[in-house]
Each structure stands twice: as C-alpha cells, then as structure tokens.
Write a protein that binds this ligand. Structure first.
Ligand code: COD
Length: 298
C-alpha cells in the first residue's frame, strides 16, 4: 500500500496516463486551481462547462495556465451537469468533476436513467486518507452517497472499493467493518451486518479481500488496542479499508480526520461508467488535486 497520496502522481506518470476531464459548473476557484495544476502536470485535458465569462475571469485573476482547455458556455447548473455527464457517457470525456454545484444536483444527473452513468451496480463514495499517525494510506467508505446502506448495499460498497484498491496494486485489501463494539449485539444492526460480511468473505461470497468485523475503530487501526482486548484478527491494526455503518458516522470521521488530524484526502464516486471527482466545498485545493489523481487512475 502507498504511504503518501503524492505516490499516486508518480504512478500516473509511470503509466503515462492522460485523461479528458469534464468540470461541471466550472466557475469555481478551488476546482479550477486543482484542474490547472493537473493540466500543468500533463495528467488531464480539461473541458470547462459553465459560465465562460466568470470562468475566464477566475483563470485570469489567478494566472492559471489553462491554454489547452475547451470551454462550453452554459449558465444553468443542471444543464451544465447534463452536458458534462453526457460527454462522459458518450466517451468524449473520461472523468467527471463537480464544480460549483450542489452534490445532490450532480448525483441526480449521474443517476439519470436515460443519459446518466449507471452501470447496474450501486454507486458509492470512496475516500483515501494520508494520516500521519497511521503506517499506510487508509480508505474509508461510504461517507457521502449512500445514506443508510443495508447488507446488500454494503456488499456492493465493499466490492466497489476492493476493486479500486486492487487496481491501485493492493491484491487483498484488509477490510474492517466498523461497529461501536467488536462483539455481535443483536440490537446493533451494524454489528450483525459486519458478522455476515465477514462470514460471506470466509465462504468466498465476497472475494479479493480479507474482511473482519465487527471491529470498533480503535481495534481496526491499532495493533495495541486489538491485543489489549485479545482480538485475534488478520485485519485489526492493519486495515486498508474502513466500512462505515452509515453516512453520518462516515461523514463525521472524514471531517474529524481532515480538521483535527490534518489528514490529506482524495475521494471519488465509484461504480459509475467512470470515476467521479466529488469533493465538498470545505475540501482544500490539495485534496481536490489528489482526487483528480485518484480518478485518473480509475
Ligand atoms: N447507486 C445507484 N443507483 C442509485 C443510488 C446509488 N447509490 N442511489 C439511488 N439510486 C437510484 C435508485 O435506484 C433509483 O432508481 C433512483 O436512483 C432514484 O433513487 P432515490 O429516489 O433513492 O434517489 P434520489 O435521487 O432521491 O437521491 C439519490 C442521492 C444520491 C441524491 C441521495 O441518496 C443523496 O442525497 N445522498 C446523499 C448526498 C449528500 O448530501 N452527500 C453529502 C455530501 S458531503
């Protein structure tokens, strides 16, 4: 597993990947900053869909070099999403990125039955963190798309993330299914789902990974905590992927890591025809850039 998110850039350069990125509602300084950086690194060819006058003014004010960008002038956000999604659908762009538009507006476009990016599997959010106090990058899912996943959804969410981690070179990622405790409690649905996911993995119903759960957060990320509780697990303390019980837990963990632990992050939506860069307004330019790297590798 990589230790730093900057390792993603080295991998892209090694593979010599260049992708066309469609930015939906492009008049967004933070997104344009990351897009300009990725363009200058030779990783993407940008298509900027939005208010052209405002977009060009931001580019000029900040002195970005986006000389090779294609502009599509459109002032209505929903129409921008529709144009960008259709470009990806028709194979004219490889990566969709959210600009100055609300998350549900973008996701509704992505899920559109006629021209969206559905593939028949559940779409889910995947975030990859670089945390100083952990010995490798650690992925977290789903903190932003599926609100209250049931067992079936959780299987799809694990499969999306494991597939992506396999692509990044981790042949058998270690997956910790989180609960508030490491014991099965019949009143806590998260612990019941976790036990079932572990058993399905043991029986090869969920492949290419090692799943254990329920694990409390401390057991999942610390050998010491697991040893202290006498937990025998191939995952505890060496987790590659944390599966969240629901969006609230996931979102609070994501923001705690960023705000309190100063973690760096990259995030994408998986399960669509191509990865989607969907960062939130509070994410830094660096995390938007890292997310582009992650999507380009998908
Ligand atoms: N994957 C594939 N298909 C889906 C998914 C999914 N994750 N979610 C819904 N669908 C399909 C359904 O099967 C249905 O056919 C259609 O889409 C509409 O389903 P609804 O009515 O449940 O979905 P919507 O359009 O009301 O909402 C979908 C959202 C993704 C917009 C919704 O789940 C949502 O708002 N999620 C949280 C987004 C958010 O605010 N995140 C916070 C970011 S910080």
């Amino acid at each position: 597993m990589f230790k730093k998110l900057s390792d993603l850039e080295l991998l892209i350069k090694k593979k010599k990947v260049v992708k066309t990125l469609a930015l939906a509602v492009s008049q967004d300084p933070h997104s344009l900053d990351a897009v300009a950086k990725a363009y200058q690194s030779g990783i993407i060819k940008p298509v900027l869909i939005g208010d052209r006058e405002q977009t060009e003014s931001i580019i000029k004010q900040n002195g970005y070099d986006l000389s090779g960008a294609v502009f599509v002038n459109e002032t209505d956000p929903e129409e921008c999403v529709s144009i960008a999604v259709k470009l990806v659908n028709e194979g004219k762009a490889d990566v969709l990125m959210k600009g100055k538009v609300a998350t549900p507006t973008l996701l509704k476009g992505v899920l559109n039955k006629e021209w969206g990016l559905r593939t028949g599997t559940l779409l889910s959010h995947f975030a990859l963190f670089e945390v100083e106090t952990y010995h490798k990058l650690i992925a977290v899912t789903d903190v932003a798309m599926n609100i209250a996943p049931d067992l079936k959804d959780k299987i799809a969410i694990v499969n999306n993330s494991v597939g992506y981690l396999n692509k990044l070179g981790i042949a058998k990622p270690k997956v910790a299914v989180l609960g508030a405790i490491e014991m099965v409690n019949e009143n806590m649905q998260a612990t019941l789902d976790a036990a079932l996911l572990s058993k399905m993995n043991q029986r090869d119903q969920i492949k290419n990974c090692i799943i254990d759960g329920p694990l409390a957060f401390d057991n999942a990320v610390s050998f010491e905590s697991a040893r202290h509780k006498n937990i025998k697990s191939a995952v505890a303390g060496d987790t590659d992927l944390l599966l969240m019980p629901d969006i609230e837990v996931g979102n609070v963990l994501y923001k705690s890591l960023v705000f309190f632990a100063k973690a760096k992050v990259a995030s994408v939506i998986l399960g669509a025809k191509s990865p989607i860069v969907l960062t939130s307004r509070s994410d830094s330019e660096e995390s938007k850039y890292n997310s582009i790297l992650l999507a380009v590798l998908g």
